[in-house]
Design a protein. Sequence first.
Length: 128
Amino acid sequence: MNLCSWFRSTLDYGRKLVDSGLEGAGYGRERFLNGEPFAPFVNESARKALQGATVGACIGVLGSRLSRNGKPASRACAYGVLGGAIGFGVGLVWGTRAFTTSVAQGVLENVNTVRDEHWLEKNPIDYA
């Protein structure tokens, strides 16, 4: 096998893996949502994540104000915004973990199927 045919074969295999992964992600999404629209699920998760944002903002402000260096209020505000953003992100990730798990399972199922097919093409089994 020359370099060009090896490269083409590897590229085709990679394309099959990506396509099967995307297909599996769609399948996992549909399996989780069970015919329901996606937007209300995300809106509810974001609404619940606001609690984490509030806690993160409070921790950020308190953390900046507890130091005895006499830091200005603008720094406290910046730490509050940063803490709020981190808290919101963590809350959103936590709220959508079941959805993420379903999508990842769909991806893994499809990708493993393609990998098994590829392995059998390279290593045919002779039962005779």
